[in-house]
Ligand binder design. Structure first.
Ligand code: SF4
Ligand code: SF4
Length: 214
């Protein structure tokens, strides 16, 4: 169903009080349908039987636009002169309203820009890192230490995998391998947290075998 834009305001003025819209000279119209497909505001319909364009919703037309008349190959479309618009602007004193609209537009732009900047900052932040560490974990209660270390922070350790070569090896304190992902639970930069975590790992005599940003 075609949209009805005639109830909209043009800078505070009811659209139907501004007689700006196209008029078609049917004798000149060759039925090319260019105006019909060009107008994005559904001003035109097309009479397929008569092969003529019709102005069906004149007040859907954007005040000041004259694109359809520019593209019409036979100059069949006309508009009132620009004086009509200037006169409307003067008589309705629209510029106070225009300034208000401009302020709203600027505020929206500022919000959009702030969002974009926040998005870029987040994209640039390292919020996930994978760590691989090796060493002897047996008597160190390293997992308990990790758990205490995480308490009250906006970070977590997930996908934890501990590989012990053999049960006998563990008993004999052979080196084991641990892998986990450090993630921020609030999209925070993890690098500061990682610095402290590395200290904990090294304090336990373990070795960081690899670090990978995810
Ligand atoms: S662009 Fe001109 S000639 Fe083509 S259909 Fe519209 S009014 Fe007619
Ligand atoms: S002037 Fe613009 S908005 Fe108005 S009918 Fe033509 S193309 Fe549509």
């Amino acid at each position: 169903m075609a949209k009805d834009l005639s109830t909209q305001l043009w800078h505070g003025i009811p659209r139907t009080e501004i007689p700006w819209h196209p008029t078609i000279n049917a004798d000149k119209c060759i039925g090319c349908e260019l105006c019909y497909v060009t107008c994005g505001r559904e001003v035109f319909e097309f009479n397929a039987e008569k092969r003529k364009a019709l102005v069906e919703r004149p007040y859907n037309c954007m005040v000041g636009c004259s694109t359809c008349s520019m593209v019409c190959p036979t100059e069949a479309i006309s508009f009132p002169g620009r004086e009509l618009i200037w006169k409307t602007e003067r008589e309705h004193k629209i510029f106070q309203e225009v300034r208000r609209e401009a302020k709203i537009k600027r505020e929206k732009d500022d919000i959009g820009q702030a969002r974009a900047e926040a998005g870029q900052k987040l994209a640039a932040a390292t919020t996930q890192m994978r760590l691989q560490i090796a060493g002897e974990f047996g008597e160190k209660q390293f997992l308990v230490q990790l758990w205490e270390f995480l308490e009250g922070r906006l970070f977590d350790i997930v996908n934890l995998r501990l590989e012990v070569p053999t049960v006998m090896g563990a008993k004999e304190k052979a080196p084991s391998f641990m892998q986990f992902d450090v993630v921020s639970t609030a999209d925070e930069e993890v690098l500061g947290f990682l610095k402290e975590l590395r200290e904990l790992i090294l304090k336990n005599g373990l070795v960081i075998a690899a670090e990978q940003k995810l």
